[in-house]
Every structure is written in structure tokens, then in C-alpha cells.
Design a protein around this ligand. Structure first.
Ligand code: NAP
Length: 299
């Protein structure tokens, strides 16, 4: 163990994978005084980190044996296994923290493989961009070996102030990750649809920005708690607006888009869901009721 400038003991870490994200992770560790070993398939990417005080490992074996905590941030899980398989004999007793994005299934399989090697394994998901790494708001999900998480929580907190352990199931960080990304794509898809539509009358995205932000903050976000309760209780009120009302409103959007010569691709799947749920006899329910179609895709 070493100490940082304030005299606090800090754990040596290795970061394998120095793409945009891995480089930001390694920089956060060097910035907080952690002895940091870095490795990258293309060695040139180590140079800026070495200038910041990191040590470049020449081989993966050197990298994983340099520190008790080994962080992996590669393009995908296949790359992770490709990097670790040849050094499997060095993994026993180490804490592997895999911050590579993937599916819950990939996370669970990699956890099982790591256990076979005698490694302690945390799977994680980074809900931040590289520029947010190291900030108090940086959100990082982890799951798996709870003892390893507790032991190294302070070290992991260097990467983001909002560092959470979701439980024993290694698949949960990836599940939360893709769920939140799905929300982002749908919300941004709706925003892009809106900009295309108002743009058909020469209104710029920047001119429309004030209304789009306000709409999300004051109308859309405040709806979430009620929708969450209804979806949990599976009891769907129409306090805000029924599916019948939404069916007419989304038809206006599609009709207006066609009349303005603008694609309505983002709205069409939602329109189809609303119409399907009404056809099942649930037109008086609110929008939250659509979750039943996703819970039972064949219904
Ligand atoms: P990136 O800039 O494309 O870097 C990819 C890294 O993976 C590089 O270090 C690359 O090495 C390495 N790599 C790829 N295939 C490899 C292989 N077969 N063997 C060894 N190394 C291999 O990507 P990134 O933005 O750093 O993202 C890394 C991970 O973080 C991804 O899973 C991504 O989804 C996740 N993430 C990224 C962001 C973001 O905003 N960037 C946000 C959240 C999560 P070379 O340099 O040699 O090519």
C-alpha cells in the first residue's frame, strides 16, 4: 500500500484498456495518488498516462500482477476474455472489476469464469461520459462480491461519487445500464422528432430548446412517480389522460408530420402500442398500462 499526499493509504490499481473511457479511469486514479499501472493493446496510448505518473506494463501478465485491483475497460466482453485467458494462472486472489459494457448474460458468464480462476469479481457499468469520471455526480453501478466491494469502495469512489453496489447478481449493472440507455434513446428520439417537425417551418433547434427542456423537466419527469406506482401495482388510472385521448393526440402528430413532409419514425411504434392496448379493451387506462404489452410481448 502507498499513501496519497494527505497521508491516506491508497490501493495500487491496474487499468487494462486505455480507450477514451479507460484513459479517463486511469487519469482519475493517478490524480488521486493511487499507484496506477496501465496496459493497452496499442501501447502508444499509455504515454499520456505515464506522463501523469502511471507505470506502463509491457505485458498483460505484468499488468495484472502489479496490483490487487485490476480494472478492465475494453470494447466488449469477448475482448476481456481474450485478454484474460492467457494470464488466467495469475488471477487467483485478485479483485477483477470489469467496467466493460455488455449484456447481463455476458456479465454472469464472465463472473462464473473468474470464479473458476479463483479471482474475486465485480461487474460494473459506467453511467457517465469520460469527462464526468472522477466527479461527485459520476454514477457507477457494481454487483457481485460484496466483500470485495466494501474493501475497495473508497478506491472505486475515486471514479465517481455516486458509486453503488446493486447486489449479488453480476447481471444487474448491465441490466440497469441498458434500461437507462433505452430511456435516453427514446427521450432523445422524441426530441429529435420534435426538432424535425418544428424545423419544417424554419424554427431552429436552438429556438425550440427552451420549450423542449421545460417540457421534460416540468411535464415528463414529474409523471414518473405516478407511472412507477401504477406499473408496480398493475392498477392503471387515467388521472392524467386515457389511452383513447393519447390515441387521438399521437394521430395528430403522425398526420402533421406527413403533411409537413417530415418522417414520424419515432412516433409510430408508440402509436402501434397505444392502438394495440386499446384493442385489448384498455382504452380507459393511462399510458402506464402499455407496460403490460412489453411484459407479455405475445399478447
Ligand atoms: P474505445 O475508445 O473504443 O476503446 C476501446 C478499448 O478497448 C481500447 O483500449 C482498445 O484497445 C481495447 N480493445 C478493443 N478490442 C480489444 C481486444 N480484442 N483486445 C484488447 N484490447 C481491445 O472505447 P471506450 O469509449 O474507452 O469504451 C470502453 C468501454 O467503456 C466500452 O464497453 C463502452 O461501452 C464503455 N463506456 C464508454 C463510455 C464513453 O462515453 N466512452 C461511457 C460508458 C461506458 P486499442 O487501443 O488497442 O484499440
Amino acid at each position: 500500500m502507498s499513501t496519497d499526499p494527505t497521508g491516506t493509504t491508497v490501493t495500487p490499481v491496474t487499468v487494462a484498456g486505455l480507450g477514451l473511457m479507460g484513459s479517463a479511469l486511469a487519469a482519475a486514479f493517478t490524480g488521486q495518488g493511487h499507484p496506477t499501472t496501465v496496459w493497452n493493446r496499442t501501447p502508444a496510448k499509455c504515454a499520456p498516462l505515464v506522463e501523469q505518473g502511471a507505470t506502463a506494463a509491457g505485458t498483460v501478465a505484468d499488468a495484472v500482477t502489479a496490483s490487487p485491483v485490476v480494472i478492465l475497460c475494453l470494447s466488449d466482453y469477448e475482448a476481456v476474455r481474450g485478454v484474460l485467458e492467457p494470464v488466467r494462472e495469475h488471477l487467483a486472489g485478485r479483485v477483477l472489476v470489469n467496467l466493460t459494457s455488455g449484456t447481463p448474460q455476458e456479465a454472469r458468464e464472465t463472473a462464473a469464469w473468474a470464479a473458476e480462476q479463483g479471482a474475486r469479481y465485480l461487474d460494473g457499468a459506467i453511467m457517465a461520459i469520460p469527462q464526468l469520471v472522477g466527479s461527485p455526480d459520476g454514477l457507477f453501478f457494481y454487483a457481485g462480491d460484496a466483500e470485495a466491494f466494501t474493501t475497495h469502495e473508497q478506491t472505486l469512489r475515486v471514479l465517481g461519487g455516486n458509486t453503488l453496489h446493486l447486489g449479488a447478481d453480476h447481471g444487474l449493472p448491465s441490466l440497469y445500464d441498458v434500461a437507462l440507455l433505452g430511456m435516453m434513446w427514446s427521450a432523445l428520439g422524441g426530441y429529435i422528432q420534435a426538432v424535425a417537425l418544428v424545423g419544417s417551418e424554419g424554427i431552429s433547434a436552438q429556438d425550440f430548446l427552451a420549450f423542449s427542456g421545460q417540457w421534460l423537466d416540468h411535464v415528463v419527469s414529474p409523471m414518473l412517480p405516478d407511472l412507477a406506482r401504477e406499473m408496480d401495482e398493475r392498477a392503471y388510472g387515467d388521472d392524467t389522460s386515457s389511452l383513447h385521448v393519447n390515441k387521438d393526440a399521437i394521430a395528430h402528430l403522425v398526420e402533421t408530420g406527413r403533411a409537413q413532409g417530415v418522417g414520424t419514425d419515432m412516433a409510430l411504434p408508440m402509436q402501434a402500442l397505444i392502438e394495440r392496448r386499446i384493442a385489448q379493451g384498455h382504452g380507459s387506462d393511462g399510458l402506464a398500462s402499455l407496460v403490460e404489452l412489453l411484459r407479455n410481448p405475445s399478447s
